[in-house]
Design a protein around this ligand. Sequence first.
Ligand SMILES: NC(=O)C1=CN([C@@H]2O[C@H](COP(=O)(O)OP(=O)(O)OC[C@H]3O[C@@H](n4cnc5c(N)ncnc54)[C@H](OP(=O)(O)O)[C@@H]3O)[C@@H](O)[C@H]2O)C=CC1
Ligand SMILES: O=C(O)[C@@H]1CCC=N1
Length: 270
Amino acid sequence: MSQHTVAVLGTGKIGELVVAGLLRSGHPAENLLVTARRPERGTELAERYGVTVVDNTTAAERAGVLAIGVKPQDAGALLDAIGSRIPSDTLVVSLCAGLPTGFFASRLAEGTPVIRVMTNTPATVDQAMTAISAGPHATDDHITIAEQMFKPLGSTVRVPEYQQDAVTALSGSGPAYFYLLVEAMIDAGVLLGLPRTVARELAVQTAVGSATMLRDSGEHPVLLREAVTSPAGTTAAALRELENHGLRAAVLSALEAARDRAREIAAQAK
Ligand SMILES: NC(=O)C1=CN([C@@H]2O[C@H](COP(=O)(O)OP(=O)(O)OC[C@H]3O[C@@H](n4cnc5c(N)ncnc54)[C@H](OP(=O)(O)O)[C@@H]3O)[C@@H](O)[C@H]2O)C=CC1
Ligand SMILES: O=C(O)[C@@H]1CCC=N1
């Protein structure tokens, strides 16, 4: 991986996480190019990471691996501008929600390998969940390169591309659902009279402890929940309210809405 020149086109939140992760994993800064729409963003990235800021065309011509980090709505214009400058042996890795690999392939030279990746913001603390799919012309070796890019940021899994909109709904957007729950628990603690700082510490450590148990025990969440739920106890009273208010149905609808939005983004992309 470190021998490849990697360019991140559109280095916003997710692009920056990729840059930071590559550097943390020992990828040489001199083999890393970034592009930014605003000059001040480029300066910020150069100062923070010691990476080289170039324009999109230069990145397209120089990089062996091109990560597309722009919003899906900006990807068409970007590819229309530089697609013809990307050599067909460049590995194109899309980080974009919704867009199928065919969207990119149709704007690239015939034979260019394309991979679709869906990561998430816990990459910040090397706890990302990244799903990787082979698109047109992507071989096992290309997938391995993508895995080497994302393994330093957390876990990776290979999925068929048709599952990527569901992945986006679950793990791509997923951190936001947990943050919302924690936020609501903090507010509820305050409602019950706890100082906000105490409520925050309780809610965050409870989330961290519960997540660690989920990962490390290998137990089904139902069993972990049952172990907390004493007969005629406090937890059962609370869980009844969550079910009464449709938490489970809300989660099902929420993920369907996210999946549908990914499809809509793809349908609207030009
Ligand atoms: N945020 C998340 O949790 C996740 C996002 N994604 C995907 O990652 C991608 C990026 O999302 P995110 O990082 O949140 O978005 P950001 O808006 O933070 O990043 C996109 C960046 O691309 C820049 N940009 C746009 N057009 C160009 C261009 N032509 N040349 C150079 N730079 C350009 C933008 O510049 P400017 O700052 O001027 O707007 C911005 O900095 C999206 O496709 C999204 O679907 C995937 C998984 C999770
Ligand atoms: O909200 C979004 O569209 C992006 C994709 C997954 C997470 N954030």
